[in-house]
Ligand binder design. Structure first.
Ligand SMILES: Nc1ncnc2c1ncn2[C@@H]1O[C@H](COP(=O)(O)OP(=O)(O)OP(=O)(O)O)[C@@H](O)[C@H]1O
Length: 603
């Protein structure tokens, strides 16, 4: 057993139990409102079945006390049929209730999943850079699915057990109050073990939930295409397995502990359950011997008593169930309550501007407090021209491009397009005017055609072909055995970096936005691929307002305006020749990247 082995495992007694507040109960109740009819019906069915459940023991009493001693066959048949019918009706109602249970809980799960998906879609980019892999999946699947258990183990369980308890206890007292009191006296003996058990189970459940989330995280991190590659190339299989195994051991031990805790509980419970009938036989027998009770009444009593203990146990567990249910809802609500920091203003309008100058005015931005990524950035990228961003790594180039489609919102200053602040536009219309080609273009695992259609679902085959021709990728696609129907693999793994980027250029061409933001791939390509990429980019940027993070000499030469960044600030600005004359950072970068040959060729 490892360091976290079974023997060493401790329950965290201080694990935070949620507060049951009126606000959270009301919030949960809101999800039930659309299904109030079905929920009410469930409660009514439970009420009816709890009453029906009392009938068979009472009928047995009449069989034993009346039909059998009087040798009354017709009464016997009548009573047996009556008992049978109550059982059948009860079971049929049970089926119906089961359906309603499933209906209500699954509909609520459906509503919550949709709400969660829509909410997560709106979450800012920052959220996805911070959230642990696997966490979103756990909340979307395991946590929300837990709502079914919540419904079954709280609302349904509460109504069911309460009705059974009240109806059975009342019947016991009516049939024979002395025996009834004796039967009820044993009830408190159940409360003690059940409560203790509830607390233990709560703690285990909480820890199991955390372990599941950790396990999902490891699976997501290491068994996806990029994580797998990283693990293999750094030969970390053993280390990753060790991590996984450690969590797995803990999860397994928790499960064993959980089932063992359940086993002891069952043992204690069944001991108490057998004490009850024995006492009834003893005291009931005494009353019978003294002629104060019938045999049928004793038998019926023991049968009724059996109906009492289960509900008592479960009702004492209710507090624990409610607490765990609320903990589950709290986890779900925690996501719902995360602020959507980047959203449409109330007065946001469609982006209807004709002149697409992009203007940064004194823009500052930081990802984290106390560390500015951009400082007082001001520049204009005139409509229909190409602006190149250059600078050393970490200078803030990507950050500038991220601010334009509002993947992040700047901290101060303003960004305008066509003279209007970008926050005046709806996010949807702003982004529909912008095409973004990143270095690592994301293609989903589908065919090339499906990936292209993502930009414009209604594009005709001709339009697709034209876009691909303009992106210099059409001939390559046609040479593939399945052409446009070729599956690209996870993240487009079956294609080279250059091919992927050309396909994503074709995708943006199909979208045909007026503004293009391009992060040129840094990887060095052979002359032919370089030519294709360059030609594709030229096609893409023609007559567009573009901002390009430039890594290639040809792009820089083609730019109308070059902005040189360092440590989040603009340090130089101008055209290639002007900047070279300044003998500053640009010239230094230029020399490093393109060598003296390039300079010589220009001179
Ligand atoms: N999501 C993030 N959270 C926190 N800091 C970030 C984040 N993204 C970038 N940064 C930081 O902001 C600064 C600017 O990064 P940015 O990615 O804009 O640089 P860059 O010029 O595009 O660099 P490169 O050429 O290497 O891509 C860097 O110091 C970087 O560490």
């Amino acid at each position: 057993m490892g360091p976290h082995g079974f023997g060493r495992m401790k329950y965290d007694k201080n694990a935070q139990k949620p507060n049951i507040t009126k606000a959270i109960l009301l919030r949960i109740a809101k999800y039930f409102i659309p299904y109030w009819k079905q929920t009410t019906l469930v409660v009514l069915i439970l009420l009816v079945t709890s009453v029906l459940g009392i009938l068979p023991p009472i009928i047995i009493q009449h069989i034993v006390d009346t039909a059998l001693p009087n040798k009354d066959l017709s009464l016997l048949i009548y009573l047996v049929l009556a008992s049978l019918s109550t059982t059948i009706i009860s079971e049929l109602l049970g089926v119906w209730q089961n359906y309603l249970n499933a209906y209500v809980s699954q509909k609520i799960i459906y509503d919550m999943r949709n709400q969660m998906y829509l909410h997560l879609q709106q979450m800012p980019y920052q959220f996805y850079s911070n959230v642990k892999q696997g966490e979103v999946i756990t909340r979307m699947t395991a946590d929300i699915s837990g709502v079914k258990a919540v419904f079954d183990s709280t609302i349904v369980s509460f109504a069911n057990n309460l009705f059974i308890l009240i109806s059975t206890a009342t019947t016991l007292l009516i049939v024979n109050w002395r025996l009834g009191i004796l039967g009820l006296i044993i009830v408190p003996l159940f409360i003690l073990p059940t409560r203790k058990m509830g607390n233990v189970r709560w703690n285990i459940a909480k820890q199991t939930q955390e372990k599941t989330s950790e396990q999902n995280h490891i699976i997501q991190e290491t068994l996806n295409i990029s994580g797998y590659l990283l693990m293999k190339l750094f030969t970390k299989e053993q280390r990753e397995f060790k991590n996984f195994d450690e969590i797995n051991v803990q999860a397994t031990n928790l499960k064993i502990k959980e089932s063992m805790a359940g086993r002891w509980f069952m043992m204690i419970l069944s001991t108490f359950t057998s004490i009850g009938p024995m006492l009834i036989y003893l005291y009931g027998g005494y009353l019978f011997i003294h002629g104060q009770i019938t045999v049928g009444a004793i038998i019926s009593f023991v049968a009724l008593l059996g109906r009492l203990y289960g509900p008592v146990g479960q009702l004492t567990n209710l507090y624990v169930n409610i607490t765990s249910s609320i903990a589950l809802f709290e986890r779900i609500f925690e996501y719902f309550d995360m602020k959507l920091t980047i959203k449409d203003r109330d007065d946001a309008t469609e982006m209807n501007v004709t002149h697409l100058d992009i203007e940064f005015n004194d823009v500052s931005f930081s990802y984290q407090k106390d560390k500015t990524a951009l400082q007082n950035i001001s520049f204009i990228a005139p409509s229909g021209t190409m602006t190149a961003l250059v600078g050393p790594s970490g200078a803030g180039k990507t950050t500038i491009t991220n601010l334009i489609p509002r993947l992040y919102d700047f901290t101060s200053g303003s960004i305008k397009i066509g003279g209007r602040d970008i926050r005046e536009f709806t996010l949807e219309s702003l982004r529909s005017h912008i095409g973004l080609v990143t270095q690592d273009s994301y293609l989903f695992n589908g065919t090339i055609k499906e990936n292209l259609l993502y930009a414009s679902p209604d594009a005709s085959d001709e339009e697709i072909t034209n876009a691909c021709k303009a992106a210099y990728i059409h001939d390559f696609i046609m040479d593939l055995p399945n052409g446009y129907e070729t599956i690209v693999g996870n993240r487009g793994i079956k294609l080279s970096g250059g091919e992927k980027q050309r396909i994503s250029i074709a995708r943006v061409l199909l979208k045909n936005p007026e503004i293009i933001i391009l992060d040129e791939a840094t990887s060095s390509l052979d002359t032919l691929s370089e030519f294709y990429i360059q030609s594709a980019i030229q096609g893409l940027l023609k007559n567009k307002t573009s901002i390009v993070i430039a890594h290639r000499l040809s792009t820089i030469m083609a730019a109308d305006h070059i902005i040189v960044l360092k440590d989040g600030q603009i340090v130089e600005e101008g055209k290639n020749e002007e900047l070279l004359m300044q003998n500053g950072l640009y010239k230094e970068l230029y020399n490093k990247q393109f060598g003296r040959k390039a300079i010589a060729s220009i001179e």
